[in-house]
Design a protein around this ligand. Structure first.
Ligand code: GLN
Length: 544
C-alpha cells in the first residue's frame, strides 16, 4: 500500500503547538496499531541546530544515532514513544549542502540547478526516507515556521508536488492556526486564519483540517464560521484551547474524533482499539494537588525555558512517579557570581545544573555545586553539571585552587575535565562531539546503580570534554565515587559523592530518554531525595 502522509503547516503565528499536535496525533495513530513515522522540516539554513544558540532555537534534542535536532523531536519521542533517527529532521542547510555537493561532483551533467526541481526533489527524497528506513505506513511531517515565510516556500512547493505524485487520497493537510483574542470586545477573531488559509491555497495547498488554537474557550459557531470561510468540513475544524497539562492534548484530539476522521479519509485500517486508561490516569495524577518540592535549575539560558525543555519534562515525569509536584525556580548562574539569587538556592529541596557550553556563568554553577555538596542538598548534574561538580570537588576538597576544565581555562595545571585525546586535533565547530547513545556499566552498591536497578544502560551524549583519569584515584580517595564507566573502563559516565544524600552527575543527558510513564531513574532519584529533604524540615524554616 502507498505510504500515507499527514502534513502539518502553521498559520498566523509560530509557537502555537504544531509540534505537540503532530506528536499527539502520532501517538493516537500508533495506539491504533498503525506504523507511524514522524519528521520535522526546518526551513533555516544552518545544517542542524547543534551550533545555534539556545536563545535562538531552544534546546537541541539528541537522538540515539547522535543527530542534533529540533526540540519538537523531543515531543515526538515523549508522546509517540518510538526512537527516532536523523532522517526525522532536516533543514534547508542540509538540502542545499547535498544539492551543491552533487553539482560539484558533476552529477547534474552541466544542467542549471534550480529551486524547482532540484531543491524540491531533494526535499521530497528526504521526506521519502522516513517510510523507507522505518517501514512506516503513515508519516507525519511538520513544516517549521508559518505559511508565507520566504524560507519555507520550497518546502510548501515540495508538499504541493507530493500531493499529486503520491496521490491526493494519500495525503492529508493539517493547518494549525491561532485565533487572536480582542480584549475590548471579549471575542476571538478568525480573520487571520482565513488569510493564512488563503495564502496556503495560493500556493496550491488546501487544508483538510484546521486546528484552531487559543488560550480562550472556542465556541462551536466560530468553528462553523472557519469551516465555511476556509472550505473545510465542519468536523475538521478542531477547537484547541490551551491545555493546562501538555499530556492532555492527545485526549482532546481523541474526544473530537480526529484520529477516526483521518483514518477514514486516508482509507487506513486501525488494527487495535486503544486503551487510554494508563495515560488518562497519568494526566489525572498531574492535575491532582500534591506536596511540592522546590528544584532550583541553575543555568545560563534560564530566561528562555524552551532551552531546557527536556530537563523540565523529565523533572515532571519523575515528580509524578514520586507523587509530588516539582516547582522549578530558574536561577541565572551569573547572578550567583554577583551574590544574587542565593535565597532561591536556600529554599531549594534539590538543585539541577544542566548542560551548557562556553565559560559564561561557569563560576556560578561551580558555586551552586559547592553549596549542594556542603549543605547536603540533593543535586543532579547533567553533562556540564557533572563536570562542574568535579571541578568544585577538586578545588574545595582536594585543594587544587586552579582546577578547571580545559574548555574554560586552557592553561590550568589541574585540568580535571579535559579534551578526549582523539578530539584534540579537531577545530571545526559542528559534528566534532561525542554524540548519541553509548553504553555505561554501573558500579554495584552506588546510588546510580540503585536508582537504575540494572547493571548496564545506554544513554545519549553530547559533549567534547571528559573527566581526566589522571585524577581518578585522588578523587576516589577523597570520597568521590565513579558509579558509571564506559565498558572499557576508560571514560567516566557517572560520578557521585559518597557522603551525601544524593549528589550525582552524569556525563550523558538522561533527560532525553525520560518518558511520561517511564521517568528517568536519575531524575526520580533526585526528586525522591528532594522529597525527603522537604519532608524532614531541612529546608530553612522561613519558607514554610
Ligand atoms: N561543554 C561541555 C563539553 O563539551 C559540556 C557539554 C554539555 O553540557 N552538553 O564537554
Amino acid at each position: 500500500m502507498a505510504t500515507k502522509y499527514i502534513f502539518f503547516t502553521g498559520g498566523v503565528v509560530s509557537s502555537v503547538g504544531k509540534g505537540v499536535t503532530a506528536a499527539a496525533l502520532g501517538m493516537l495513530l500508533k495506539e491504533r496499531g498503525l506504523a507511524v513515522g514522524v519528521q520535522k522540516l526546518d526551513p533555516y539554513i544552518n545544517v542542524d541546530p547543534g551550533t545555534m544558540s539556545p536563545y535562538q532555537h531552544g534546546e537541541v534534542f539528541v537522538l540515539d544515532d547522535g543527530a542534533e535536532t529540533d526540540l519538537d523531536l523531543g515531543h515526538y519521542e515523549r508522546f509517540i514513544d518510538i526512537p527516532l533517527t536523523r532522517v526525522s529532521n532536516f533543514t534547508t542547510g542540509q538540502v542545499y549542502a547535498e544539492v551543491i555537493s552533487k553539482e560539484r561532483r558533476g552529477d547534474y551533467l552541466g544542467g542549471t540547478i534550480q529551486v524547482i526541481p532540484h531543491i524540491t526533489n531533494e526535499i521530497k527524497r528526504r521526506i521519502g526516507l522516513v517510510a523507507k528506513t522505518t517501514g512506516a505506513e503513515i508519516v507525519l511531517v511538520e513544516v517549521g515556521g508559518t505559511v508565507g515565510d520566504i524560507e519555507s516556500q520550497p518546502f510548501m512547493e515540495a508538499l504541493r508536488q507530493m500531493k499529486n505524485e503520491v496521490g491526493r487520497e494519500n495525503v492529508f493537510f493539517v493547518h494549525v492556526t491561532w485565533l487572536p483574542y480582542i480584549g475590548a470586545t471579549g471575542e476571538l477573531k478568525t480573520k487571520p486564519t482565513q488569510h493564512s488559509v488563503a495564502a496556503l491555497r495560493s500556493i496550491g495547498i488546501s487544508p483538510n483540517m484546521i486546528i484552531a488554537r487559543s488560550d480562550h474557550p472556542i465556541e462551536s459557531e466560530l468553528c462553523d464560521k472557519i469551516a465555511l470561510f476556509c472550505d473545510v468540513d465542519k468536523e475538521a475544524v478542531v477547537p484547541m484551547q490551551t491545555a493546562p497539562v501538555l499530556y492532555e492534548v492527545p485526549m482532546l484530539l481523541e474526544k473530537f474524533g480526529i484520529p477516526e476522521f483521518i483514518i477514514d479519509k486516508l482509507k487506513l485500517k486501525a488494527t487495535r482499539t486503544p486503551d487510554w486508561k494508563a495515560w488518562q490516569k497519568m494526566v489525572a495524577e498531574v492535575s491532582k494537588p500534591k506536596p511540592t518540592v522546590n528544584i532550583a535549575l541553575v543555568g545560563k539560558y534560564v530566561e528562555l525555558h524552551d532551552a531546557y525543555m527536556s530537563v523540565r519534562e523529565a523533572l515532571r515525569h519523575a515528580a509524578l512517579s514520586v507523587g509530588v509536584e516539582a516547582e522549578i525556580s530558574w536561577v541565572h548562574s551569573t547572578d550567583l557570581e554577583k551574590n544574587k539569587g542565593w535565597d532561591v538556592l536556600q529554599n531549594a529541596d534539590g538543585i539541577i545544573v544542566p548542560g551548557g557550553f562556553g565559560s559564561r556563568g561557569i563560576e556560578g554553577k561551580i558555586m551552586a555545586a559547592r553549596y549542594a555538596r556542603e549543605q547536603k542538598v540533593p543535586y543532579l548534574g547533567l553533562c556540564l553539571g557533572m563536570q562542574v561538580m568535579c571541578i568544585e570537588f577538586a578545588r574545595n576538597v582536594l585543594d587544587y585552587e586552579d582546577a578547571n576544565s580545559s574548555e574554560f581555562d586552557r592553561s590550568t595545571e589541574t585540568p580535571v575535565i579535559d579534551l578526549m585525546i582523539e578530539q584534540r586535533a579537531i577545530t571545526d565547530m559542528g559534528g566534532t562531539m561525542r554524540l548519541g547513545l553509548y553504553p555505561c556499566i554501573l558500579t554495584p552498591g552506588t546510588k546510580a546503580a540503585e536508582a537504575y536497578g540494572v547493571e548496564q544502560v545506554d544513554e545519549r551524549h553530547r559533549h567534547r570534554f571528559e573527566f581526566n583519569n589522571a585524577f581518578k584515584s585522588e578523587f576516589e580517595k577523597a570520597g568521590m565515587v565513579f558509579s558509571g564507566m564506559s565498558p572499557d573502563g576508560k571514560l567516566v559516565e557517572i560520578a557521585e559523592i559518597a557522603d551525601h544524600p544524593y549528589m550525582v552527575g552524569s556525563q550523558f543527558h538522561p533527560e532525553f530518554l525520560s518518558r511520561p510513564m517511564r521517568p528517568h531513574p536519575l531524575f526520580a532519584g533526585l526528586v525522591k531525595a528532594a522529597k525527603e529533604r522537604a519532608g524532614n524540615g531541612s529546608r530553612s524554616p522561613k519558607d514554610g
